[in-house]
Design a protein around this ligand. Structure first.
Ligand SMILES: C[S@@+](CC[C@H](N)C(=O)[O-])C[C@H]1O[C@@H](n2cnc3c(N)ncnc32)[C@H](O)[C@@H]1O
Length: 329
């Protein structure tokens, strides 16, 4: 459906490499500008000719193109750094797939050693809040935050959290998901538990009712101490795939140990990679992480013996996603 209500990245993002490159160059020039009618840097006739060739769905006067430009105008105004980070990441993912893609599924470690993509996500640089740490951390925080902004519309309706809950979100990053959830679920408190530089960048994005940031290390710290009590909900959004199976199981065990007696653990993740299914360049961004995405059953198995009753809801965004809810008592 075309219209600013329903149009999103799925309609706007091209499927091919030159489209991504031309879109990135246009956005860097301030295109499409503040008006939905669009601003066309006609002085750069070469770029405009490339745009007509590679981004025909965004360049015309038809309703779809106008809505696509209006979407980009809004994204630029609300999340300009995220837009830049998204295009930069896509370029990097596409490059890695072109150069080393044969290794992604056959030898993920060799791929990671060679890929540029993974140099972005250097969590070790987020351990303090020095200017250098913040500068190294901001690009990937901007990237995952802009993805989360787009994912929230599909995921929030699947997140079942009682009003007035104490929510602990390990790996909650800039609070992008918390900011989407809070107006809907109205928690007593939502504590984002992340590395120090990440929390500092998140705090700088402004307040939301009940939102706080707890800098720390989720592999070590006392989760109840971090949350300020036994959390009613421990929420992992796009976090567990970062960790090998043993570490992911350990994080779930920590969540279970910290949980209030009638609490719940919620996991929102991309499901196992099923190929280039989105029809947009987002497939490349997902492909570079393909070996790490798992079926919900992997996490269900980790919960065995923990006395939880489990439900799984599935949805599609840029690929298949699931929201697993594991309830105590
Ligand atoms: C893949 S990102 C997901 C971020 C966010 N939940 C989202 O959906 O966009 C993983 C998050 O885990 C955080 N993280 C990594 N290691 C951590 C640790 N030891 N303690 C706390 N947070 C950690 C990272 O800083 C990052 O914010």
């Amino acid at each position: 459906m075309i219209g600013t209500q329903s149009i999103g990245w799925a309609e706007v993002l091209p499927s091919h490499i030159p489209g991504v490159q031309v879109l990135d160059r246009l956005l860097a020039k301030g295109w499409p500008g503040p008006s939905p009618a669009g601003f066309f840097p006609m002085s750069d006739a070469g770029l405009m000719a490339e745009a007509a060739l590679f981004l025909p769905h965004l360049m015309g006067g038809d309703a779809g193109a106008v809505a696509g430009r209006a979407f980009l105008t809004t994204e630029m105004a609300e999340d300009g750094d995220g837009l830049t980070a998204r295009l930069a990441f896509l370029r990097s993912a596409i490059r890695d797939v072109a150069l080393h893609g044969d290794l992604i599924l056959s030898d993920p470690e060799a791929f990671m050693d060679r890929a540029e993509t993974f140099t972005l996500f250097d969590y070790s640089q987020a351990r303090d809040t020095s200017a250098a740490a913040l500068a190294a951390t901001k690009p990937w925080v901007d990237y995952v935050s802009t993805l989360t902004r787009a994912e929230a519309a599909a995921l929030v309706p699947l997140i079942d959290i009682p009003a007035g809950a104490l929510v602990l979100e390990p790996g909650g990053n800039s609070g992008a998901f918390a900011r989407a959830l809070i107006p809907v679920i109205r928690p007593a408190r939502h504590v984002v538990f992340d590395l120090p530089a990440v929390c500092a960048l998140g705090k700088a994005r402004g307040d939301a009712p009940g939102l706080s940031f707890a800098p720390g290390d989720m592999r070590r710290d006392d989760w109840r101490g971090v949350a300020g009590g036994a959390p009613d909900v421990v929420l992992f959004k796009s976090v567990l795939h970062d960790w090998p199976l043993e570490d992911a199981a350990d994080l779930l065990a920590r969540a279970r140990a910290a949980l209030a007696p009638t609490g719940r653990i919620i996991i929102a993740e991309r499901a196992r990679f099923m190929g280039m299914t989105s029809g947009t360049a987002m497939d490349y961004a997902n492909l570079v992480f393909a070996p790490f995405y798992r079926d919900p059953q992997t996490y269900i198995d980790m919960f065995a013996g923990m006395g939880l009753s489990i439900t799984v809801a599935e949805t599609r965004i840029d690929c298949g996603w699931f929201v697993l809810t594991a309830r105590a008592a």
